[in-house]
Structures are given as C-alpha cells and as structure tokens.
Design a protein around this ligand. Structure first.
Ligand SMILES: NC(=O)C1=CN([C@@H]2O[C@H](COP(=O)(O)OP(=O)(O)OC[C@H]3O[C@@H](n4cnc5c(N)ncnc54)[C@H](OP(=O)(O)O)[C@@H]3O)[C@@H](O)[C@H]2O)C=CC1
Ligand SMILES: [Cu+2]
Length: 528
C-alpha cells in the first residue's frame, strides 16, 4: 500500500476551537462538589494534569486545609457558577441537598461518580436519579470504578479503564477527554441506561470466575478418575498389586498438570479461533459469536486457574520426596539390592560408585530434572496471563471480548511484525469513522496522540460505540504514530488458506515462538 496512506492517521485530533471550555489548555475550570476522600484525590489529580479546580463545600472554611493550595474552596453556589463541568462527589442520599442549585446547574455537565453499597438489580441508577433531579443539566456517569487511592497513586495497568455513559454523546466525549488527560482509558458505554451496570461493577467480586472454576473441577474429576483406573485399579485387578496408597498424593500430583495443561490450551485456542474469524470476515471490527465472545472474556481467569494448578503441582512434587514413606521405600529398595548382591559390584569396598551405578544415578537425576524442565514453557505462557489482570472486568455485555481482543492484538503486536504482516496482505480499504471529525477531546496540550478508531460503520449492533483511544503502541515505537491503522478492511479477495499460509511464513521469518521472542507476541493472532 502507498506509504503516504500508512503515515496518515485515520482521524486527526481536532485542535481548533472545539476543545471544551474546561480543557486544561484552554483555561477551563472543573468543579467538584463535596470534600471527601474522592473529592480530594480527584482535585489533586486534576491539578497535576493542568486543570483549574474549584471545590464546592457546605463548609468551605472548615475544609480549606485538606486540599492543595491551588484548588479554590468555596461555597457550592459559587463553585457551580464558576465551573461548566462538575464532579458530584457526594453520596446519592445527599443529592437532594443540591436541589436549590438546579437553576445555576442548568445546561452544565454533572459527572456522577457514586457507587452503591449493594448490587442494584432493578430500579433506577444513581446517575438516572441525579438526572431526574436536574432535568436541565447533562449527567455523565463515570469514574466510579476508580478508587480515591487509584486517583492519587496514578492509574496502573490493571485498572486504567474509566467506563462512561451519558445520553449526550458530546458531554460523554468531553468527559472522555478529561479521563484521558488524567491518564485513564475511557470506555464508552453508551446511554445513561448503562449506568446501573457501571455502578454494579465495583461490587462484583471475582467476576467471570464461575465458569473457569467449574471447568477446572470437571477436568480434575475426569483426569483423577482416569489416573485412578490406570495407576491403581488396573494394577490391582490385573496384577493384584495394592497401590491405593497413591490416591491422596501421587494421583493428585499427576492429575494437576493434566488439568493445568488443558486449561492453558483453552486460554490460547480462542485467540486462534478469533484470528480465524477475523480473517474469514476480512475485518476485526465485527462481533464474534456469543460463545467465542464469552470464551475470550474468560481467558484471564482460566489462565490463572491453570497457573494455580501448576503451582500446586510444583509444591506437591517438591514435598513428595520428603515424605516418610518415600524414605521408607528408598531404604527398602537399598536393602533389597543388598540382599540381591547389588553391593558386590562396588569397586573399592563402597568408597565410590561403580560405572554401572553412576549410570543409574545419572539416569535418575535426569529423570527427576526432566519434569521441571518440561514445565518451563508452560510456566512462561501462564505467567504472561498475569499481566492481563484488570481489577474490574472488561466492559461486559455484547461485544466486550471483541473490544478487548482488538485492543490486545493491537497493543501487543510489534510494529515491525505488523508492517510485515500487512505487507503480505492486500492493500486495505481505509476510510474514516463517520462522525469522527465531529468528535473532540479536551486534553492537555502537546503532541496529539494518534486516535484509534472504533468499530466500523458496518457494525449495526452497537460496537461502534467504543471510545476512541490513543494508540500508545504506535507512539511508543519511534514516533510512528498514525501508521498501521487498519480499522476497516474490505473482504479480502484472496482465499483464506493463502492468507493464512502467507502470515505463517511471516511468522516463521520473524522467528515467532523462538526462545528469544517476546512472550505472547507470537501467540496472539495476527492483527488485520
Ligand atoms: N472514596 C472512594 O474511593 C470512592 C468514592 N466514590 C464515590 O464518591 C462519592 C464520595 O465519596 P467519598 O469522598 O469517599 O465520601 P466522603 O464521605 O468522604 O465525602 C462525602 C462528602 O459529601 C458531603 N456530605 C456529607 N454529608 C452530607 C450531607 N448530609 N449533605 C450534603 N453533603 C454531605 C461532604 O462534603 P461537604 O461537607 O464539603 O459538603 C463530604 O465530604 C460517593 O458517592 C462514593 O460512592 C466512588 C469511587 C471511589
Ligand atoms: Cu510435573
């Protein structure tokens, strides 16, 4: 494809007068109502990112000392007048105390950051309640998945996402810009009706764990039974040997790696299937089938359960030779050998090992080392799962996995490799996202990040709602921002098998899967 096409970002960031009045570069002011933990952390974070901050309190004098000097503390009325966009850092129960401010709050953006004590399964969300109190203001739900601690200590990889929803797309994109300025990754969750789902996320403990745990249990039972028949029942019935003592420890120990390996393979298989789907459809911006979507969303948990089984196996393996029974078996073996005249082979009255004995010792040593070595590649794969942990789940619901997968494939593929993969594929059909030019994001001044376009317009099911995110990957590799952005691809005219074999050749020429290759880089499907 022409190099000029590659160098041109699909969406230019709009620097013109469209940046909202509260952008740090344009001297806008962000207001915060409330002076609690969240308000304090948020004020510090906003100030550090270059925003002007005013804080509205019922008692500004009392709380003056607890905020950074740059934040202006004032009455709630004054703060509302000074700011166009306000974070409501109060509990839902206290929203009604703001009723008298309905007039000054009209036509302003209110960001509802509140959480609940219990999971809300029905009834209106806090954000909808706030919207009903202030019908002339625009309410955006967001930042509730970020703790006051995370705001202060800076976003970490695990919990970088800020889920946003609002009935006003423009307000949503302004808040997305602020989130991005603070170092978070905004995720567009659509209209305000998603607020309940967003509010429930922090209350969900260990999401997505049920299926992996049930799966692991099922696999464990299956392999345990299989090993029992093979190692205990069969010798008992055929040779009348009693090996039931193996049941509590040894059988368990040979079952665990079986479970671990099968689970590990289940982590990587959906990635391959996803690549297959993407190649077949000629785009990666279409929703996967539901079962694959769910499977992809569970990979992290499956990988961690697999890692846990592997750790248990390592522990068991180390403790096995320490058992009394092991020592007993060893001694009885030695006694048996002496009885059979085995010691007669020793040269020099037992001062050293004979050649034959040495060979046996070597043999045993190598056999003992082998299991450790053969698990190392698996360990490497399992450890790569750990870095994928997010403290709150990837946007659940339709298309969640597709978004996550798209993000992962883009972020992980090395630019050099991506270029090669793209070179062997036919030229893509590029076109900007409809309405993309209208989007604008207030953010700190400086070089504009290349924007990653969302779903194709051909996506009728709402995946196109995904928020634009800066392509950090492209930026972090020698300023190649804007290159290799291929969100939309026409159906490839080449047969699938030709495309696959070409990509495979590129993989081979890059030494994919070799020991020096970056982990997971070669394991994820090629990006299109
Ligand atoms: N803390 C956290 O980590 C997180 C908090 N949140 C959400 O942020 C919001 C604020 O949380 P947080 O800062 O921890 O709460 P705090 O209890 O620390 O602060 C709440 C603030 O509300 C105001 N307030 C207290 N009582 C009343 C009242 N009777 N009437 C009117 N206003 C009152 C006070 O401000 P003043 O006296 O100045 O008016 C107070 O500082 C909550 O909705 C919470 O769910 C969301 C994510 C994380
Ligand atoms: Cu092993």
């Amino acid at each position: 494809m022409p190099e000029s096409d590659m160098a041109r970002p699909l969406l230019e960031r709009d620097h013109g007068g469209s940046v909202g009045p509260w952008g740090p570069s344009s001297g806008g002011t962000v207001g915060i109502l409330g002076t609690g933990d969240f308000a304090r952390s948020l004020a510090t974070c906003l100030l550090c990112s270059g925003f002007k901050v005013v804080v509205g309190s019922r008692n500004p004098k009392r709380n003056a000392g607890i905020f950074p000097a740059e934040a202006e503390l004032m009455s709630q009325e004054e703060a509302v007048k000074r700011a166009e966009l306000l974070f409501v850092a109060l509990y839902k129960e206290h929203y009604c105390t703001l009723r008298s401010l309905a007039g000054p709050l009209a036509h302003k953006i209110l960001i509802d950051v509140s959480n609940n004590q219990e999971v809300n399964t029905k009834g209106e969300s806090n954000a909808e309640y706030l919207a009903s109190l202030f019908p002339h203001s625009t309410v955006v739900k967001g930042f509730n998945v970020v703790s006051a601690w995370a705001l202060q200590s800076g976003p970490k990889d695990g919990n970088k996402q800020v889920l946003l929803c609002s009935n006003c797309p423009e307000a949503r994109s302004h808040v997305a810009g602020i989130a991005r300025s603070l170092g978070f990754t905004p995720v567009d969750m659509g209209s305000l009706s998603s607020a309940r789902e967003i509010e429930n996320i922090p209350l969900r403990l260990l999401p997505f764990w049920k299926v992996p745990l049930v799966l692991a249990l099922g696999l464990f039972l299956f392999f345990y039974l299989y090993n029992f028949v093979r190692a205990v029942l069969h010798p008992y019935l055929i040779e009348n040997q009693n090996k039931f003592y193996k049941m509590p420890l040894e059988l368990l120990n040979i079952t665990l790696p079986c479970v671990s390996y099968v689970l590990l393979s289940l982590v990587y298989v959906p990635g391959v299937l996803a690549a297959f789907y993407q190649l077949r459809r000629g785009t990666k911006y279409r929703r996967f089938p539901h079962w694959l979507d769910q499977w992809l969303l569970h990979r992290k948990q499956i990988g961690l359960v697999s890692f846990f089984c592997a750790c248990l196996h390592a522990l068991y393996s180390l403790s096995l030779p320490m058992r009394r029974s092991a020592r007993y078996l060893l001694i009885s073996d030695a006694v048996k050998q002496v009885g059979e005249g085995g010691s007669g082979r020793r040269v020099g009255g037992g001062a050293g090992l004979a050649h034959g004995d040495l060979r046996i010792v070597w043999h045993h040593g190598a056999r003992a080392a082998l299991p450790i070595g053969r698990h190392l590649p698996a360990l490497r794969l399992q450890l790569t799962q750990l870095e994928r942990i997010h403290l709150h789940p990837v946007p659940a619901g339709p298309g969640g996995a597709a978004r996550q997968h798209a993000a992962h494939t883009r972020l992980r593929m090395e630019p050099g490799l991506r270029r090669k993969v793209l070179q062997v594929l036919p030229a893509p059909h590029l076109h900007p996202h409809p309405g993309g030019a209208q989007r604008h994001y207030p953010g700190p001044s400086g070089p504009a990040p290349a924007l990653r376009p969302p779903q194709a317009d051909a996506d009728p099911q709402g995946l196109g709602e995904e928020e634009l995110r800066p392509d950090h990957d492209a930026q972090s590799h020698g300023g190649s921002a804007g290159k290799f952005q291929h969100p939309v691809r026409r159906r490839c005219p080449l047969p699938l098998w030709v495309q696959l074999s070409r990509i495979y050749c590129v993989y081979l020429s890059q030494g994919m899967g070799g020991p020096t290759h970056k982990p997971t880089g070669g394991l994820l499907p090629p990006v299109l």
